[in-house]
Design a protein around this ligand. Sequence first.
Ligand code: MN
Length: 210
Amino acid sequence: MSRQDYDLEEEYNSKRNFSKTKEPKGKKAGKGKNDGKSKHAPIFVIQKHDASTEHYDIRLEIDGTLKSWACPKGPSTDPSVKRLCIPTEDHPMSYADFEGTIPKAEYGGGTVMIWDSGTYTNIKKNEAGVMPMGKCYKNGQIEVEFHGEKLDGGYAFVRAHMGGSDKTQWLLVKMDDGYADARRNPTSTENNSVVSGRTMNEIEQEEGDD
Ligand code: MN
């Protein structure tokens, strides 16, 4: 069984102690799987995460799970900027609604904000038409249009094998379309949750428990 076929939400569960963290539990392998043709528009979420180092967790719904990357600097709206993304374990769909705190001593301990969320459209095509997202992920070439509160328009995720690193890395780049804006810098100027309006400090103060 290849890594792609293995249900990585097991990895998600194995990293966490659900008696300590308020994060949702992942489903068991094989449960809740669909054929990738869900009726609703697929969702994305970007969670700002103030863990040992601050980063943005970018998650795309693909085949019934949230494929995930940790992006240290977060997305840019400038097409000339490439942002590094490190793939992380699949997260359960219910994680898209998680905003709060993870106890400091636990895996990923720190504050989590829903920085952006919405739906996306798969725009990656070959001669036969739009390619299934699962295949795009496997191929390391994803092209989507975000329909979020902060982010709109095309973004490309491209897997890159950097010399000297044993970790797979991806690059995220804004596609050059009507939503590209080299002067806008949403990760520094748009700092509130799209679901609660709160800042990181407000989330920490209201939901912190240690
Ligand atoms: Mn994280």
